[in-house]
Design a protein around this ligand. Structure first.
Ligand code: DQA
Length: 145
């Protein structure tokens, strides 16, 4: 089983950006955490980050036939990107939405998610553990298929 974890804009700034919200651990720490979680769950994982909407769309399209599921933190594009929504729907792979914080308890402009309607589940507000919950959820959902 092979999962693709997609991270959107500014997540590469983890550890520097708003540490009171996002914590003091870096993006490299997050990647390591995801790789360790996947190893423990017995799944293969690839992690991709981009600040560019089109790059994320390209990565989603090229996941077709290569990956069994997607874990998506589209970051700010969560709240704006019909293109990412359409790409997720187009490839038809199982998607789980994740966020470090819980956008629904933050500013009103974060309350809309264009990823959610394309996702089987959302894990938000658990910091790095949101990714662990998503990976375990997807691996269980895929192995019971
Ligand atoms: C985020 C929440 C988004 O609202 C924000 O734009 C981000 C990060 C999170 O993981 O908590 O960049 O997706």
């Amino acid at each position: 089983m092979k999962l693709l974890v997609l991270n959107g804009p500014n997540l590469n700034m983890l550890g520097i950006r708003e540490p009171a919200l996002y914590g003091s651990r870096s993006y490299a720490d997050l990647v390591r955490f995801i790789e360790e979680t996947a190893k423990d769950a017995g799944v293969e994982v690839e992690v991709f980050q981009s600040n560019h909407e089109g790059m994320l769309v390209d990565r989603i399209q090229s996941a077709m036939g290569v990956f069994d599921g997607l874990v998506v933190n589209a970051a700010a594009y969560t709240h704006t990107s019909v293109a990412i929504h359409d790409a997720l729907k187009a490839v038809g792979l199982p998607v789980v939405e994740v966020h470090l914080t819980d956008p629904e308890t933050r500013e009103p402009f974060r309350h809309v998610s264009y990823v959610k309607p394309a996702a089987l589940a959302t894990f938000a507000g658990y910091g790095f553990d949101s990714y662990a919950r998503a990976i375990r959820f997807l691996s269980e959902a895929l192995s019971s298929k």
